[in-house]
Design a protein around this ligand. Structure first.
Ligand SMILES: NC(=O)c1ccc[n+]([C@@H]2O[C@H](COP(=O)([O-])OP(=O)(O)OC[C@H]3O[C@@H](n4cnc5c(N)ncnc54)[C@H](O)[C@@H]3O)[C@@H](O)[C@H]2O)c1
Length: 320
């Protein structure tokens, strides 16, 4: 058979590349330049694409002639035009088993950083103000506190185990997951987001970004939350309205927020959240552990190989 051409849009871990160099059925090209015209010039002849966060518009997809599979390096696929992919009968795969643990750990990292006022305490010692320790605002515990996990898929189900390790009371909002599944992992299913969020000390978002979840967390809802509540978004920017969040933090409606994702990435320098001391930020790197990058690099390529060998597991594909 002639070699399949794989276009890798944005570099991936070498462990993934090795799967291709070890296999004589494939040739590949790595595209580091992400301008639409650069992708356009390469997309027409490739049989498969591995893609990270670059945008793959319908216009670009329609320029492809042989494209059979788009393999996301990650699990969110809001950067891919689904209608165009469906129209051209292209399979969409995700690295379904690779990144849940890394993201769940990152949520705990953010939650504890905010609760323990990491920046303030760290700065205090480093700037020679150790003796200020009694004057600093107190930190808070997460033990015995209520956390709401909104979206109980791969990441939400990894997070609950870690929250239980800290003896938190875990509530789950996900209309598509049964009470039995939630309870089997030690959580309590809630039916109504607005009613339950009022009683939470922490909220962590793990829903996909779509028309129903855009601005799910807005000023009105933030206004009903407890003043000590910490909210974490490691799902997708846009699930929390950023202007509303900044306002709610400035009005002390909640304690703090952790954001790994932004409505616009990278965020504009004049985004007020970049200067808000009550926010803990990371640059969409929740899944960037050494271990996870290896797993994602391998899985995105293995999904392509499995597809052409007609053994790609359905659980790794998205129904279009
Ligand atoms: N920060 C990062 O680097 C990073 C890494 C991986 C995933 N993500 C994002 O995390 C999110 C979750 O990923 P996952 O792998 O757990 O996905 P998943 O598909 O396994 O789980 C998503 C869950 O959300 C639920 N859901 C859908 N719509 C909902 C709604 N309106 N209200 C409540 N629940 C709803 C679904 O039933 C599902 O159980 C996605 O948005 C993904 O893009 C971010």
């Amino acid at each position: 058979m002639s070699k399949k051409k794989i276009l890798i849009i944005q570099p991936i871990h070498e462990a993934g590349i090795k799967l291709l160099t070890d296999n004589s059925n494939y040739e590949y090209e790595i595209l580091e330049n992400l301008e639409a015209q650069d992708i356009k010039s390469k997309i027409s002849n490739c049989d498969a694409i591995s893609i990270r966060t670059a945008k793959l518009s319908g216009e670009l997809i329609n320029c492809s002639k042989n494209l059979k599979i788009i393999s996301r390096h990650g699990v969110g696929y809001d950067n891919i035009d689904l209608a165009a992919s469906k129209e051209k009968n292209i399979t969409l795969a995700i690295t379904a088993t690779a990144n849940a643990i890394a993201v769940a750990e990152h949520v705990l990292f953010m939650l504890l950083n905010i609760a323990k006022r990491k920046s303030m305490y760290d700065d205090s010692v480093k700037s020679g103000n150790f003796s200020n320790r009694n004057k600093l605002p107190k930190t808070i515990e997460i033990w015995n506190k209520n956390i709401l996990i909104a979206g109980f898929g791969r990441i939400g189900q990894c997070l609950i185990k870690r929250c239980k390790g800290f003896e938190m009371n875990v509530f789950v909002y996900d209309p598509f997951v049964s009470k039995e599944v939630v309870e089997s992992l030690g959580g309590k299913k809630v039916e109504n987001l607005e009613d339950s969020i009022k009683n939470m000390d922490a909220v962590s978002l793990h829903v996909p970004l779509n028309d129903k979840t855009k601005n799910l967390i807005n000023y009105n809802l933030l206004g009903t939350m407890k003043k000590n509540c910490i909210i974490i978004n490691a799902a997708r920017g846009g699930v929390i309205n950023e202007i509303d969040l900044d306002r709610a933090l400035n009005e002390n409606l909640i304690f703090g927020a952790g954001l790994d994702v932004f409505e616009k990435e990278p965020p504009d320098q004049n985004n007020p959240l970049l200067k808000n001391k009550k926010v803990f930020l990371s640059p969409h790197t929740a899944a960037f552990t050494e271990e996870c990058m290896v797993r994602m690099g391998k899985e995105t390529i293995q999904n392509i190989i499995d597809f052409f060998e007609k053994k790609l597991d359905k659980s790794k594909t998205i129904k279009l």
